[in-house]
Design a protein around this ligand. Structure first.
Ligand SMILES: [Zn+2]
Length: 63
């Protein structure tokens, strides 16, 4: 099965792979799948930059 977001062949939950589900959570809530926010705290990332920093810390970004 291919993830409907990244199109990669992965294990899916509701059509989306874990990495994309987590990115979606970070963009939407400012928290990852373990409810961690900015700098490893439970404080949600609020600004676009804080969310981006969280995503990059998770390995997102251009190669
Ligand atoms: Zn995906």
């Amino acid at each position: 099965m291919k993830c409907k977001v990244c199109k990669k062949d992965k294990e899916l939950r509701i059509g989306v792979c874990f990495d994309c589900a987590e990115a979606e959570s970070i963009i939407g809530e400012g928290l990852d799948m373990w409810d961690n926010g900015k700098n490893g705290t439970k404080e949600p990332a609020k600004t676009a930059m804080e969310k981006l920093q969280l995503l990059i810390a998770k390995g997102w970004g251009k190669d």
